[in-house]
Write a protein of this length. Structure first.
Length: 248
């Protein structure tokens, strides 16, 4: 439901008062009109915004704008908007909060289903689109998930578990991509066990990468040293030949 700046004349005195408060709050009125927030914008600290009657009035408008804004954040990877939304109160009554969270959960479950599909494809040895994989697991997506309300904590944990499973399958096929993914998922605000699992895999991969780098460095050093030795031997042979020629 779109918020109309100029409603009909037949509105109650209470609604007039509510609309007056909204008009005098630049951040809130801008959000209701555009679905966005100016950087670091804050709603006015009005006690009225906690009033059940005011919440009942504004919820139908706010719920629609809020859900569309969250969807836009995922589509555009807009971490600035989601952080500003998270910094402001949710002006929703219980009914509309449930409705809003249900719609957002549907979007998130679709993303999770796609993540699981990609993970299954990796396990079966199929080629996967790494750009799409990055879309589902990248740091921008992780950041947006972290800014969602605490009610989405269980989803974050489940999503993190699926990423950890995916990394375990991917690490033997594409070590660098798996390493990048596990590095990002460590930032996800999941439960303690999921955080621990991600950290353990990250440390294992970092140790493996460091050992591989050390072996490569030793190989290059050995190869370089061997080249020098053969050059010296060649020079000595050349000198010996010259000595023998001039000796004749």
């Amino acid at each position: 439901m779109k918020y109309e700046l100029s409603p009909g004349a037949t509105i109650s005195e209470q609604e007039k008062a509510f609309r007056s408060f909204i008009s005098n709050d630049p951040a809130l009125s801008y959000f209701l009109e555009t679905g966005t927030l100016r950087k670091n914008a804050k709603f006015a600290k009005e006690e009225l915004y906690k009033d059940p009657a005011f919440l009942a009035f504004i919820s139908p408008y706010f719920e629609d704008i809020y859900v569309k804004a969250v969807f836009r954040c995922f589509d555009l990877k807009d971490t600035n908007l989601i952080s500003d939304i998270a910094a402001n109160p949710l002006l929703l009554d219980d009914t509309h909060k449930t409705m809003a969270f249900s719609k957002i959960t549907k979007l998130l479950e679709d993303k999770k289903a796609r993540l699981i599909s990609l993970s299954n494809n990796i396990q079966m040895g199929y080629q996967v689109d790494m750009i799409e994989l990055s879309e589902q697991t990248g740091v921008m997506t992780i950041c947006i998930l972290n800014y969602l309300p605490v009610e989405f904590q269980a989803f974050r944990t489940g999503y993190g578990n699926e990423i950890v499973k995916l990394v375990r399958s991917l690490m033997s096929k594409d070590f660098n991509s798996a390493r990048n993914i596990i590095t990002d998922v460590r930032q996800l605000k999941a439960d303690a066990q999921t955080t621990y699992d991600a950290e353990q895999i990250y440390q294992q991969m970092e140790n493996a990468a460091q050992k591989a780098a050390a072996l490569e460095s030793a190989r290059e050093e050995s190869s370089s040293s061997g080249g020098i030795i053969w050059a010296v031997i060649g020079f000595i042979v050349f000198i010996i030949k010259m000595i023998l020629i001039f000796a004749d």
